[in-house]
Design a binder for this molecule. Structure first.
Ligand code: GDP
Ligand code: IMO
Ligand code: MG
Length: 429
């Protein structure tokens, strides 16, 4: 038995999908444990991109069990569409298992997500507007509807009636919006229920059996450490725990089953949505612009331009501690190939004094000045490199320094979106 959790060490879109797909060759099961269709994981196989939002990135191999754990919030329309697209492409979909304890995203969650964002005005989070936050709000408020409820038409009808009434009150009385029609929603979701039924099960039990038979499990993080509801740049975060600890709670397996934690990190930093970003580059024709255009840094789910900046290795050190990282997967090194000078943030200062930890208060964080180290760019195409030794000396120096500041060994270096553009330094599964 062995297992690995793959998490985003920054603000998302680090390339978790690519890394999970690569590692999934060796895994028997791939498990999503948090988030929902706010995730957009692009996997490229032989130059063909597959965009996944809810299905685990192991789906593209034959014979791997793909689990959506209890910690995930499921939008039935989105997951059924993904399943259909995979089926149409000839992918085997019989190995998908959806937790009966996962919560269901309903149309009023999406509407409330939009209305709450609008009401926040300038202070808006910049959510993906998929209803993820409001669905987790219902889960915590203990009024949510779980997949097992959806499977029972009587229970579902009853819970939906209570929720539609309560949400319509909020939508009409607080926001002055249009109410939802209960009957139409009931009909739509009961139809989804029948399509989902074959996949619904107690996924914790399945995982237990998988572990008992000595198989290998890969936990696929969504979102990232600094979007974590507890540890991220609150309130500019998502509404769940993407950090490694939730791989256990969010999938129903005990923490002793987790062997390794791999942190995926871009060779620079990006963020989509609002919130602090210490190393952000604001230029329109300098390195920030170059990263965005070379790296096609536009969101998978929303198409929004991603905010770009230098690598914040100080953040990475914090991420390493929070997640018990024992390996780093550094992606998108190739995006920096033509950058003449590269900076890396190795510390934070406030009023000229170095601080040791990342402040919780956003007011304090806004006063932080990054401490940079500068590197000469390697000005060489790395996309064809297949071993660490083949990488230019400047790139190796940069990578080694990231590992040193973070205090974590390099495990993978990725130099392009395809499977073969992956350099493995440490075998972790
Ligand atoms: P995720 O949400 O963490 O899975 O990341 P996304 O899929 O949203 O964004 C990462 C993007 O980078 C995807 O389009 C990947 O295909 C692509 N990608 C992953 N690794 C590399 C790499 O090493 N180089 C380049 N150029 N692209 C990569
Ligand atoms: P993957 O898995 C990047 C961001 C949103 C917003 C905040 C809250 O592809 O890395 P939400 O809709 O979750 O309530 O939005 O979180 N966000 C992501 N940013 N990658 C993601 O997922 C994200 N999922 C949510 O942009 O700032
Ligand atoms: Mg993404």
């Amino acid at each position: 038995m062995s297992s690995i959790v793959v998490i985003g060490a920054q603000w998302g879109d680090e390339g978790k999908g690519k890394v999970v797909d690569y590692l999934a060759q060796k895994a028997d099961a791939v498990v999503r444990y948090s988030g929902g269709s706010n995730a957009g994981h692009t996997v490229v196989v032989h130059d063909v991109p597959y965009k996944l939002r809810l299905l685990p990135s192991g789906i593209l191999y034959h014979g791997k069990i793909c689990i959506l754990g209890n910690g995930v919030v499921i939008n039935p329309g989105v997951v059924l569409q993904e399943i259909k697209e995979m089926h149409d492409k000839g992918v085997d979909i019989s190995r998908i298992a959806i937790s009966d304890r996962a919560h269901v995203v309903l149309p009023y969650h999406q509407r409330l997500d939009e209305l709450q964002e609008e009401a926040l005005g300038k202070a808006k989070i910049g959510t993906t507007k998929g209803g993820i936050g409001p669905c987790y709000m219902d889960k915590v408020a203990r009024v949510g509807i779980r997949v097992c409820d959806l499977m029972d038409p009587e229970v579902f009808a009853e819970k939906l009636a209570i929720n539609v009434k309560a949400k319509n009150d909020i939508i009409t009385k607080i926001y002055g919006g249009e109410p939802f029609d209960y009957d139409a929603m009931l009909k739509e979701y009961l139809a989804y229920a029948e399509e989902l039924r074959p996949y619904v099960t107690d996924t914790g039990v399945i995982l237990d059996e998988i572990f008992a038979s000595g198989k290998k499990v890969l936990f696929e993080g969504a979102q990232a450490t600094f979007l974590d509801i507890d540890h991220g740049t609150y309130p500019y975060v998502t509404s769940s725990n993407p950090t490694a600890g939730n791989a256990s709670t969010g999938s129903g397996v005990g923490p002793r089953f987790i062997d390794h934690v791999l942190g995926v990190v871009k060779a620079y930093t990006t963020r989509v949505g609002a919130g602090p970003f210490v190393t952000e580059l604001h230029d329109t024709d300098g390195p920030g612009h170059q990263i965005r255009e070379t790296g096609h840094e536009y969101g998978t789910v929303t198409g929004r331009p991603r905010r770009c900046g230098w690598l914040d290795a100080f953040m990475l050190k914090y991420s390493a501690r929070l997640n018990s990282l024992d390996g780093l997967a550094i992606t998108r090194l190739d995006v920096l190939d033509q950058m003449p000078r590269i900076k890396m943030c190795v510390g934070y200062k406030i009023d000229g004094v170095e601080i040791k930890q990342i402040p919780a208060s956003l007011k304090t964080l806004s006063k932080v000045e990054p401490v940079y180290e500068e590197f000469n760019g390697w000005m060489t195409d790395t996309s064809g490199c297949r071993s660490f030794e083949e990488l230019p000396a400047g790139a190796r120096k940069y990578l080694n320094r990231i590992s040193e500041v973070a205090g974590v060994e390099l495990a993978i270096v990725s130099v392009g979106p395809n499977r073969d553009q992956t350099i493995v330094l440490k075998d972790m599964l």
